[in-house]
Design a protein around this ligand. Structure first.
Ligand SMILES: [Fe+2]
Ligand SMILES: [Fe+2]
Length: 200
């Protein structure tokens, strides 16, 4: 198939085609929003590229967990996606399911925030508000050393990613929270904040 530049809507359709689990869809949307937020911070102009990568990075996860990151190459190249996009998707699993090292800024951000969005979501859901809208980086920091909390989230990956970006960990956490706040409702982290008190 001839190579083409994938659009955001194409990426979202592809994600939904391969994943029925709503939590995987929400994860894709959360990572997308954070990627776009970081693209803005770093003065990137091609926001859609960052959005697309964020959305589809786990496209193969539901059906092919054993070959995660590798099967994605097949799925995306069959659709004629550019190598740059495929490399970015593969690199988020560096050291876990691939040996593809993140090298572009876009890849380093994805590598860092993929795990971090999970820790932030888990922290938000533990609070009375069940919301990301009133969550602080400090609350997330408190969960850092509690290895039993959100045990699947590898803190070292996030630390390594922040270092590769040349950013303070606290700043990365703050900005990731901001990115998630923009889509709080669709990712199920709006909680009761802003809800109409008159509604049942
Ligand atoms: Fe993944
Ligand atoms: Fe992911």
């Amino acid at each position: 198939m001839e190579e083409h530049v994938p659009t955001r809507s194409e990426a979202f359709e592809l994600l939904k085609e391969h994943n029925a689990n709503p939590s995987l869809i929400r994860h894709g949307l959360a990572v997308e929003s954070v990627m776009v937020h970081f693209a803005g911070l770093t003065g990137e102009t091609d926001m859609e590229k960052w959005a697309v990568i964020g959305l589809v990075h786990d496209v193969d996860y539901e059906k092919y967990p054993e070959s995660h990151c590798k099967k994605a190459r097949e799925i995306l190249s069959e659709r004629g996606w550019p190598e740059e996009y495929i490399h970015a998707v593969e690199s988020h699993g560096w050291g876990r399911c691939t040996d593809v090292e993140p090298r572009e800024k876009m890849e380093k951000v994805l590598y860092t925030v993929d795990e971090l969005t999970g820790l932030i979501a888990a922290t938000a859901l533990l609070r009375p508000s069940r919301s990301v809208l009133d969550l602080t980086a400090q609350s997330v920091r408190k969960k850092w050393k509690q290895k039993g909390f959100a045990a699947g989230v590898d803190r070292e990956i996030i630390e390594k990613g922040a270092e590769s970006l040349g950013m303070e960990l606290d700043t990365v956490i703050e900005e990731t929270i901001k990115g998630m706040q923009k889509v709080a409702e669709v990712i199920g982290l709006k909680g009761q904040i802003g809800a109409d008190p008159a509604s049942p």
